[in-house]
Write a protein that binds this ligand. Sequence first.
Ligand SMILES: Nc1ncnc2c1ncn2[C@@H]1O[C@H](COP(=O)(O)OP(=O)(O)OP(=O)(O)O)[C@@H](O)[C@H]1O
Length: 301
Amino acid sequence: MTATEYALRTDGLGKRYRRTWALRDCSLSVPTGRVTALVGPNGAGKSTFLRLAVGLLAPTTGSVEVLGESPATNTPQVLSRIGFLAQDHPLYKHFTVAELLRLGRSCNLRFDQGLAERRLAQLEIPLDRKAGALSGGQQAQVALALALAKRPDLLVLDEPMASLDPVARLEFLQALMGAVAADGMTVLFSSHVVPELERVCDHLIVLNHSRVTLAGDIDSLVDEHRLLVGPRTTADLDRAGTVVEATHSERHTTLLVRDGGLPAAPGWQSSPVGLEDLVLAYLRRPAGTEVAPTARTEVPA
Ligand SMILES: Nc1ncnc2c1ncn2[C@@H]1O[C@H](COP(=O)(O)OP(=O)(O)OP(=O)(O)O)[C@@H](O)[C@H]1O
């Protein structure tokens, strides 16, 4: 991959807070011009990863490169190309929306005030209203309008929809996707909610227990995995690929496998797996278990 093909690249990236590793051995690339979802349970290390990516934290190990430079250099040139929306989209609650726009313009090299005003007018959010008097969904939209007005090349959002109801979530996602389609920027956002991701993302990173357990293009990842159902077994199976997860009922064994064909043993059937089931299987894996391909596969009991 060349420097222009990825917006963000990490190599052996790790962050430790005292004795707690929040992120370990993270080596991956986020492709340019795509929407990447960062998924993981509470405490998986998502915020840590995003804060390292925008230069708000310094790595304990390894390196991170954003748009060809280290975000830790904090030069105005790099920072003006990165938009960051922190968890719970913090705004100065005593400022009116108009004052927030003025602040955005004075702090950013290339701030498109007209763009922000047009977005807010479409959403019927009054400029003279104090941020603290807006609903949670409106505050999220104001924060998004401020971030988009920077016209960033990379927009990083930390659980932007966590506090929004389903209607506000949909409006937020539509606003985001509209902006991506218009500007072609790279978006990286963290989320707990897997079902929404397939509609809006083309790339996925799964973090669990402070480590990356799955990363890649969503279409390829879905294609590479299969659900195999056959007679109950805990024996080794030929051609079953790498078992990500095995579940057993009284009579059947169900395997979620990566890069695997049907086992040679009789009575097995193969079917595609949906993105949500795929992600959940990786999230259910215990800490310290790597998914490494093998030709002959032991089926966990
Ligand atoms: N400032 C800090 N000091 C000490 N430990 C921290 C600090 N920030 C995060 N951690 C720890 O690092 C780990 C990862 O936290 P992080 O906030 O990155 O997870 P997360 O995936 O964003 O979680 P959530 O979904 O709950 O926001 C957790 O164990 C957390 O307790």
